[in-house]
Design a protein around this ligand. Sequence first.
Ligand SMILES: NC(=O)c1ccc[n+]([C@@H]2O[C@H](COP(=O)([O-])OP(=O)(O)OC[C@H]3O[C@@H](n4cnc5c(N)ncnc54)[C@H](O)[C@@H]3O)[C@@H](O)[C@H]2O)c1
Ligand SMILES: O=C/C=C/C=C(\O)C(=O)O
Length: 493
Amino acid sequence: MKQDLAAMKDIKHYINGQYVGSASGKLFENVNPANGKVISKVHEAGREEVDAAVQAAKAALRGPWGKMTLEQRTAILHKVADGINARFDEFLEAECLDTGKPKSLASHIDIPRGAANFKVFADMIKNVPTESFEMPTPDGTGALNYAVRRPKGVIGVISPWNLPLLLMTWKVGPALACGNTVVVKPSEETPTTTALLGEVMKEAGVPDGVYNVVHGFGGDSAGAYLTEHPLVDGFTFTGETGTGEVIMKAAAKGIRDISLELGGKNAGLVFADCDMDKAIEGTMRSAFANCGQVCLGTERVYVERSIFDEFVRRLKEAAEGLKIGPPDDADANMGPLVSLKHREKVLSYYQKAVDDGATVVTGGGVPDMPAELAGGAWVQPTIWTGLADDSAVVTDEIFGPCCHIRPFDTEEEAIELANSLPYGLASAIWSENITRAHRVAGQIEAGIIWVNSWFLRDLRTPFGGSKQSGIGREGGVHSLEFYTEMKNICVKL
Ligand SMILES: NC(=O)c1ccc[n+]([C@@H]2O[C@H](COP(=O)([O-])OP(=O)(O)OC[C@H]3O[C@@H](n4cnc5c(N)ncnc54)[C@H](O)[C@@H]3O)[C@@H](O)[C@H]2O)c1
Ligand SMILES: O=C/C=C/C=C(\O)C(=O)O
């Protein structure tokens, strides 16, 4: 049975290789944030559907999937990647309708990464060795220890709405490469590409029950039912820090493992010895790409005082040059926020900045849009200066197209400011003095540091946050660590 994705009117769960509706008949609306119109109705899973998905995933571990050779399994995952590429335009259309993001962005980042996440981890699991140790024994014969990887089991994948296909496959790719089965709960805001992937899985020959999808909300809905289900062996979650705390508690019951990629309030550090063109281009992307809805984005920018005025002037000019528009507008490089609800949150910070005495360098409100887009979640790219370090605008993750720029005088002060919050996800350093860049990078409390770049991704590298930005690392061998159980076999010779 195929999902009616061509019309994209009715988004069902994908359980044990079939698209199925909810027994309760409960549906919720999926809204296009570019115009406020309903795109589709989505089935909301109850405990019954979540249980069916988890049971299917458990059973599939013992079915054909569990018996496949590594070669067979990884060949299928390459077919999944090829299947995404073959249906690139459908994925692109679905992702852009759900999020409102420019097609120019999603066609370069979201959809290609959706495919790459399967290929990279399929190849990695074949090529990363495990360890072995020979040891002496009192009788002189010795013993040999060697480690093997085994799948962890059923993985619960809970993903957010900002980069829906990219962030979901970033977990599903390595989870399946390692031989696990998954139950995915995509964000209620962006269910479509996760649903569409079910068809690709089927076509690629992924056995039924290996990839399951349940739709719904977080608390008191599909998300909570999934984390409370005792047969799930581990959870990988990307989303807000507060939600991470709730999921961590649920995972404690039954001692299930967790990987948490959480929020940030990332600092950009711009030194006087930077290449100003590069720093402006990079900070533009880090503050405004994806309408500022990137966990790695820099909402706090610290600039050395001698170049502060020039930097602010040039970033303002660049921000005012952004073209706001819907996904199909080929010139648009900024879309709407994901929803009107999220816009309320972002605009509350725009107001708070004014209340706290900020200088609004540019933006601060809602742009004028043509009548057919008036119902969309549009917001202006916004830059502030002049806020105190303890203003909520400077300390809270806003997740909108905005940044506060503040001057600093010394390297020590810049590092202290960057490290002053309980988050520790990412940071961008702009300096042509490579010794300084290394020195500063080593002292920033964050999991990911970019020097003279931003969001430059090599999927073999560790990815994750320190402090309240997460627990664990994914990427490269670190994904293999999370998605497998290492077993040591000690053989007395
Ligand atoms: N560190 C990273 O790699 C990374 C990447 C992208 C986004 N993020 C963070 O994600 C946030 C934006 O995404 P969001 O608003 O979708 O996050 P969110 O935490 O609101 O939701 C994420 C997912 O969790 C589900 N959920 C919510 N409450 C739940 C509960 N009680 N039990 C189980 N599931 C629940 C949601 O339905 C959704 O699928 C930002 O904070 C951003 O920084 C982090
Ligand atoms: O919004 C957050 C972006 C996260 C990016 C990744 O997880 C990635 O590039 O693998």
